[in-house]
Design a protein around this ligand. Structure first.
Ligand code: GAP
Length: 576
């Protein structure tokens, strides 16, 4: 089991070695905001690049970049203005603002996120405040909207919000994306960028931030086409799944299931959701999440959004925080496009040609211009154009002309019945959304890769990061800084850097200390130049995890390290 205080040790190392720092620390820092130091920023970029290698390179989903500020109607349509809030309570004694469901959860109230404000208020009455420990008493629980708001332009012109998720930009670009993808379904689009949520009391380091990075994919599919064309890739792939029925039965342990069986057995709603669960498992393990501390938990019916057909969270086990969600994978149906279509008035549908055209009887309105002219005068043509597009009702129709609703009685038009050939239909695509929190992934990787062992009577702190994620890939050390060893080592360091290997040259202190410094930041390989190098042109490579060493020709170093880093060469194959 992970140790509870591993968080302290990981964060101490992360701060000291330049991974994560409190933001604006010289002014006392701000809860929910962090800075990535030099090594953290590089590790984060590497994780984002691995994510892109799956979604952009392999899946072929193009990446777009939208502003972080959005106009109000976007978030009215998405439901964030009305419903993106957490239940908040203020302690009457210490005046701290707290998330009501978190206080309830801390005192063992079951499933508090599903409780109403009144029910939460009742549940909190006799509980102590999590900040000061005094009894909360009769406190009011109210909704606090998590969006940061602002004004766009001077003079309070347009209300705007900092985006609470990257997804909305993809939805509002749907018509252009559809054209870009040549009007065909399915297609996917991704976005990686900052999102903002004014979290009530973020006290969980990188887990709950007020500004964080998301990597989201929105995959637009035909509503009746949820068989993934590439499903075979993951049909036999086994993933630890904890379904909602198992949770209802009080189970906490996931069951490893081949994705084909999970979908065929109805545990996972469809192949698309199954495919992205498996792909997410592959990504998380490849960046260094421990597979033994990773599970996929299905949302309970009480926590799942009403419109979602299925929803799973990838969760990791943390020593401090328990199970933490890193990724949400949902079948959002047509909720988002429908909502944006209703508010913007733009049809967000795709025209899909039918495989076999069909004949259909249709009623068509023929406006009576002789009657419309005197009645509507200058607007008669506009009215007629709107009438032609309307469906005839029994006693007349209601049309919309420049935002005005007008009732037209049946006496102002004729109805003609015709048989038409239907070659295609407009469909509103459904959206499959895998949504990743990059900062939580970074923390998970740090915690899961952190280890301590005893080496030569001293504690060795080590980050067992995958080579593809490690911010420094090779340390280069001269055994001593004289006799030309330092010059050769410096040359090797620049050759490795020129060869695309991120290298750190270090000549200070005992060699053991230098190894420890690199172990602590997760550098997978250390190259040492010694006196033998001057004789035969070989250097030693030390592997971080096994601490084993092998001698290789320095001229072959770039190729050897590249092979080791990308996994094409096993260290054991290098010989002693
Ligand atoms: N578009 C769907 C969406 O945003 P979400 O579950 O709210 O879904 C997706 O967020 C992911 O973003 C989460 O799984 C989590 O990793 C990350 N995330 C959400 N809120 C966060 C916060 N306050 N701090 C850090 N990461 C957060």
């Amino acid at each position: 089991m992970p140790e509870p205080d591993v968080y302290e040790r990981v964060m101490e190392l992360a701060k000291r070695r330049g991974f994560i720092w409190p933001s604006a620390e010289i002014y006392g820092g701000v809860a929910g905001l962090v800075d990535y130091g030099p090594l953290g920023a590089r590790m984060k970029r590497r994780i984002e690049e691995i994510w892109r290698s799956f979604y952009v390179l392999r899946e072929g989903f193009h990446e777009i970049e939208c502003p972080t500020v959005g106009v109000e109607p976007v978030y009215v349509a998405s439901g964030h203005v009305k419903g993106f809030s957490d239940k908040m309570v203020q302690c009457p004694r210490c005046e701290e603002y707290l998330r009501a469901d978190h206080v309830a959860a801390a005192h063992g109230v079951p499933n508090p996120a599903a409780l109403s404000a009144e029910a939460l208020s009742g549940a909190l009455k006799e509980l102590p405040c999590t900040a000061c420990g005094e009894e909360l008493g009769q406190v009011k629980v109210f909704d606090f909207n998590l969006m940061f708001n602002t004004w766009i332009g001077p003079g309070s012109q347009r209300k705007g919000y900092l985006r609470p998720e990257t997804a909305q930009g993809i939805f509002t670009d749907f018509p252009r994306l559809l054209r870009f993808y040549r009007d065909k379904l399915p297609f996917g689009t991704v976005q990686v960028g900052k999102s903002f949520r004014n979290e009530i009391s973020p006290r969980q380091g990188m887990i709950r931030l007020r500004e964080f990075t998301q990597a989201e994919a929105e995959i637009f599919v035909h509503p009746e086409g949820k068989r993934h064309p590439g499903f075979a890739r993951y049909a036999e792939y086994q993933v630890p799944l904890l379904g909602c029925c198992a949770q209802d039965e009080g189970k906490e342990e996931p069951v490893r299931v081949a994705m084909k069986d999970a979908v065929e057995g109805g545990l996972v709603a469809n192949e698309y959701v199954g495919y992205y669960i498996a792909l997410t498992h592959e990504i998380l393990v490849s960046i260094g999440v421990d597979p033994a501390r990773l599970r996929f938990r299905q949302h309970l019916t009480t926590e799942r959004a009403h419109y979602a057909a299925d929803c799973w969270d990838a969760e990791i086990l943390s020593g401090r925080f328990g199970w933490v969600e890193l990724v949400g994978i949902a079948d959002r149906t047509d909720y988002d496009l429908k909502a944006h279509s209703a508010v913007s008035g733009v049809a967000l549908t795709a025209y899909i040609p039918l495989e076999v055209p069909r004949m259909e009887k249709r009623k068509r309105i023929i406006p009576d211009m002789k009657a419309l002219g005197p009645k509507f005068r200058g607007r008669a043509k506009e009215v007629a154009d709107a009438l032609v597009k309307a469906d005839p009702g029994p006693g007349g129709v209601e049309i919309d002309v420049a935002g005005e609703k007008i009732s037209i009685p049946a006496s102002l038009y004729q109805v003609r019945e015709e048989e038409v050939e239907v070659r295609g239909e407009e469909v509103m695509p459904h959206v499959i959304e895998p949504s990743y929190g990059i900062d939580r992934m970074c923390y998970a990787v740090l915690e899961h890769s952190y280890g301590e062992d005893m080496v030569e009577g001293e504690v060795r702190r080590v980050l067992r990061l995958p080579a593809a994620v490690a911010p420094v890939q090779a340390g280069v050390f001269p055994l001593v800084s004289r006799d030309g060893l330092d010059r050769v080592a410096a040359e090797i360091a620049s050759t490795l850097t020129a060869g695309g290997i991120f290298t750190e040259f270090d000549e200070s202190g005992a060699i053991g200390r230098r190894y420890r410094r690199q172990d602590e930041i997760g550098t997978p390989y250390a190259v040492t130049v010694d006196y033998q190098t001057l004789d035969d042109g070989t250097v030693t490579i030390r592997e971080r995890d096994s601490m084993a060493q092998a001698r290789v020709k320095k001229d072959a170093l770039v190729a050897t390290l590249r092979g080791l880093i990308c996994g094409d060469i096993a260290f054991s194959s290098l010989g002693p």
